[in-house]
Write a protein that binds this ligand. Sequence first.
Ligand code: BGC
Length: 757
Amino acid sequence: MPLKLVGALITVGLASLTAYAQDKAPKLGKNTVKEVVAAMTLEEKVLMVIGGGRDAAPSAFADGSMVGSTNFRIPGAAGVTNAIPRLGIPAIVLADGPAGVRMDVKRKNDEHRYFATAFPSGTTLASTWNPELVERVGRAFGNEVKEFGADIILAPGVNIHRNPLGGRNFEYYSEDPVLTGEIAGGIINGIQSNGVGTSIKHFVANNQESDRAGVDVHIDERTLREIYLKGFEIAIKRSSPWTVMSSYNLVNGTHTSERHDLLTTLLRNEWSFKGYVMTDWGGKAKNWTEQMKAGNDMIMPGNNKQIQRIISAVKNDSLEVKVLNTNVERILNIIVRTPSFANYKFSNAPDLKAHALVSREAASEGQVLLKNDAQTLPLSSKQGKVALFGNISYALIAGGMGSGDVNKAYTVSVAKGLTNAGFELDKELSGPYAQYNSNWRNWSKEFPVTDELINKKAAECAVAVLTIGRNSGETKDRDLDHDYYLKPSELSLIERTAEAFHRQHKKLIIVLNICAPIDTKGLKDKADAILLAWQPGMEGGDAIADVLSGKVNPSGKLPDTFAQNYNDLSSASSFPGTPVDEPTDVYYKEGIYVGYRYFDTFKKEPAYEFGYGLSYTTFGFGPIKVNSSTIKDKVTASLTVTNTGKVAGKEVVQLYISAPAKTMDKPMQELKAFAKTRLLEPGATQTITFDIPVSYLASFDNAQNAWVAEAGTYQLKAGSSSRQIKQTISVTLPKTVITQKVNSILHPQAPVNVIKP
Ligand code: BGC
């Protein structure tokens, strides 16, 4: 036989052998995950745990399966995983972020423009105190995740608002872990009801942007468990997110992604988390082998060096293949649930119109009416012309900056929203403002309206509306000057407008389109009404007009305390750590006394307290009834809420508990549960019931490594804010109860000296 033919036959034979081997290989979905993992080469296993980031394309074993770039399927998505077609494993797509699907608007050789809904910021959603509504937002959001072709959305962000200067606070929910956990649970359930996944982030204590990747958070176990872990715990138990994203920072000396006690002992063993853990994108944690061992299953966005490092670690026995198998199994167990695995034919055409309506509803319900003297609001369009001041009135800040930003088709400004609602705006102001705003270099200062023009407008117009705006974003915390504090140009505009309009016996309404709390001294007493709109998403202007006009009765409540003075905040002296410019260490010296826990316990007067928010109607709370005044396993408390005013509205019933403090210090009170009424017509009543298991009464005792509910008298307090407690009842716990004994983990290297009341 000629040599050439032999060669050809061998080639054909080998090819069919390979094809045979390929067919024989187990396939994900047909075979069990364990069988698939058993059939994987070491290289394939490593490909699963390292994301398919831009330079993670190891040609040696690519075999055409590498996706290798986020241009795959959704340009602009944050990351992808590697495909292994031989085993039936598809690549999956991970996209940012908490306010909507983040992707590029333009695609190569494609005329179509790709826009997603920009939903209200996390803080706005938390201000609704309405997990059911937030779940509906999640359902719309998750539909976009699926229809744009993604599998997992890198959201929600649930870090605690430790300090108002935190650059990413807008993405997060609240200073309180119960509110955080319940709202996060709502959005996760909503998103995942579409058959796509979430990634609850950043686990844990990523409470600042100043050197977020290198800062070591020194924190005691009680503070971690009660404040910074609690929101994650509630959300994970309520809604089983598919994945968790570890944070960039260190906790007590070690990067969170390398902490076995955090990612395995606590997350999986104590909380029964069943999904997989991924790192945040890059960062300074470089001990990738340690990450695998810790239970940080996937390293994102992934690069070749990491692949080679993990392969060598297995080869030189510093990483047991058994550990890697577990990491891979967890990832595959999620991949089988994805749309990509089901080969879902996404449309790229979700119903954006319907989702805009949900976004608008959540934006209006997330607004907080801070002040409303002499029924300044609601406004009637029949009252006359509106003089609209402030740059931001004409250019809404829909959301924050960084990976949490969304490319949206449009943003409704306050000006547009008021016009849509039938208000007539004064043109002598709107023209020059539009011109001024068209040059972005002007944005740092308010348009200099002359005294003369203000006086003229005060004579001609019925009312003044003035918007103040603030934005922040990833990688940078906010500044005190010109950011937390009002700018001189803003102070001057507010002062002059208030004076001119009040002289004419006309009102000034201030709208706050802000990312996080600001200092309110320069506006609190000048305005007749103040509406806090936060960053309300792309429908913001319409949502603001809905509340200003009374179409929607405000029912939002503050998720954060507004301090009178920055230095009244318990973290003021330690944020963002030392050295201040590039902090390497931050000591959480305030311990559990964050936000209202500090203000209430240490008797500080806030500007606006946690849970505060006005309505256009009034509500009466009936007395609290309990099923028993002695607690065994749980107590059931109920009360009625009646709309005692003249317009329909919703109220939030906030249940605070004051606990005895014999063996441990306790905050004066803590939010333990809350419920929002339905829309109550005038005179209508609704009964609200809370089930309070004894575990809600427990505090974490470092010495015993246990959650302990001390014997004694507990006060159950129902309020419309943390300081407007309407009804109180006492219940007794006859004996001290250890509600849960946990592992001795996450210790600080040296004791953190936390403040005590
Ligand atoms: C952010 C994450 C984000 C990721 C991917 C990181 O810089 O901290 O929140 O999901 O980038 O864009």
